[in-house]
Design a protein around this ligand. Structure first.
Ligand code: GLN
Length: 483
């Protein structure tokens, strides 16, 4: 199969070589064929997609096409979609049909995309493997015994398996970059505040950021053009001029300084992943970039700080699920307190409960200063590390994850081991910086490896430029899994 990018599909539509209905029908057939084994989709909105495709074809025929008119995508099932099930991978919301669209969803709709459905994810985006979904784990298309990464595992696997050319995702501590890396696709997490969180069900509000998955950096840039931008319904949305994320794709890399944090290449990094990253860096040097050693000395504090702050915010955010207004309600209760307790006990899975407990604990009187305030102080130090390092380089590069995709179930009983696998992605969210993952070769077991590129605030266009240039001279992003 030749790689079908949004760009190539948009060209085919513009040249009338195909119609949106034809594209949508084709992708629906691929979902029918591949999803039973991979479980990347929770909801397939067949009728909605075909109706939207017909409307898109009419717009094209009438000369009213918007930039992405007629192109099929899907949304992580954490974005509210009007009239379509929005489950967040949870039993709690297994029956929830959203009455409104998230900002990202409405913006992309206005740009013309056709949504084919909602992709599987870890419950409320909590996880690194997609094993925490009420709807079952997602399988990695490169090897069905392996995890696809998480929490946006469904989005990454759907793109990797060719069930959709591009997909939205969210990244609180790595949930776009890590599954993109483990599934061999491109994924970008923008600067905190660039993409509105309105209608994106909250996990940890000071860390959550929406972003995109696609085969190429160019496609990510095309999507981001319509996802980013000020929205007064999100109080942390940044009020700044709209950017064109495609504008710098063609810039040559000559003179680019890439910082290599020594903490990202030390103990714990698998030799085959290191080898792949070094090959990718060698390619970037061939393209004119130079590399410099930098240090992010507080890297070891990122996981402890994150796993205090994220659960603290989650415990507060998830208090809204009480069985009263929407979502799961226990059948049996004798008073209001019991309604809350039973609905939440039945509706939430084990990992979500674990985080609510941790979060409630670290916020409680007597522990707040010792844990929560301390974690916030570490967060500031971690952000300062990046600013120091970025004085010596334009972008920072390193691995996305310490190993390639591991076996399903391998860490399921060991949450701490699982949290440690987030070592290279989490600090970026604590600092609010933009970062992406681009395919960078394969592991000893022929599983994809992702190269992470981290930029300074609002450096998305530069990151996309570096990844795009790398994708012009390498073919890692073109290789497709058998499944
Ligand atoms: N693995 C991290 C967590 O479990 C990050 C998840 C995310 O980015 N949503 O919290």
């Amino acid at each position: 199969m030749t790689l079908q990018t949004l760009k190539s599909l948009a060209d085919a539509l513009a040249q009338k070589k195909t119609s949106s209905r034809e594209l949508v029908t084709d992708y629906l057939a691929r979902i029918d064929a591949r999803n039973p084994a991979i479980n990347a989709f929770i909801t397939v909105d067949r009728d909605g997609a075909l109706a939207a495709a017909d409307a898109a074809d009419q717009a094209i025929a009438a000369g009213h096409a918007a930039p992405l008119t007629g192109l099929p995508i899907a949304h992580k099932d954490i974005f509210c979609t009007e009239g379509v099930l929005t489950t967040c991978g949870s039993k709690m919301l297994a029956n929830f049909v959203s009455p409104y669209d998230a900002h990202v969803v409405s913006q992309l709709k206005a740009a013309g995309v056709v949504s084919l459905g909602k992709t599987n994810c870890d419950e409320f985006a909590m996880g690194s493997t997609n094993e925490n979904s009420f709807f079952g784990p997602v399988k990695n298309p490169w090897n069905l015994d392996r995890v696809p990464g998480g929490s946006s595992g469904g989005s990454a696997a759907a793109v990797a398996a060719g069930m959709i050319p591009a997909c939205t995702g969210t990244d609180t501590g790595g949930s776009i970059r890590q599954p993109a890396g483990l599934c061999g696709v491109t994924g970008i997490k923008p600067t905190y505040g660039v993409v509105s969180r309105y209608g994106m069900v909250a996990y940890a509000s000071s860390l959550d950021q929406g972003g995109a998955f696609a085969h190429t950096a160019e496609d990510c840039a095309l999507l981001l053009n319509h996802m980013a931008g000020f929205d007064n319904r999100d109080s942390t949305s940044l009020e700044r001029a709209k950017e064109d994320y495609v504008r710098d794709l063609a810039l040559p890399l000559k003179g680019l300084r890439i910082g290599l944090p020594k903490e990202y290449f030390g103990e714990g990094l698998a030799a085959d992943v290191r080898g792949a990253i070094e090959n990718a860096l060698a390619e970037l040097r061939k393209l004119g970039a130079t590399t410099v050693d930098v240090s992010l000395p507080n890297t070891h504090l990122a996981i402890p700080a994150y796993y205090v702050i994220a659960p603290a915010e989650a415990s507060s955010n998830l208090s809204r699920f009480d069985g009263v207004r929407y979502g799961h309600r226990a059948a049996d209760f004798s008073d209001l307190a019991e309604l809350y307790a039973r609905s939440r006990a039945e509706g939430f899975g084990a990992e979500v409960k674990r985080r609510i407990l941790v979060g409630t604990y670290v916020l409680s009187h007597g522990y707040y200063d010792a844990y929560y305030i301390k974690a916030q102080q570490l967060r500031r130090l971690i952000a300062q590390d990046f600013q120091q390092a970025l004085q010596h380089c334009d972008v920072i590069a390193g691995p996305v994850a310490p190993t390639a995709a591991w076996k399903l179930g391998q860490m399921a009983d060991d949450p701490v081991q699982m949290y440690l696998a987030d070592i290279y992605t989490i600090a970026v969210n604590l600092a609010g910086l933009p970062a992406l993952s681009t395919p960078a070769g394969f592991s000893a077991e022929a599983l994809p490896v992702g190269l992470q590129l981290i930029g300074n605030y609002f450096g998305e266009a530069r990151l996309l430029n570096v990844a795009h240039q790398l994708q012009q001279t390498t073919d890692w992003h073109l290789r497709r899994p058998g499944n």
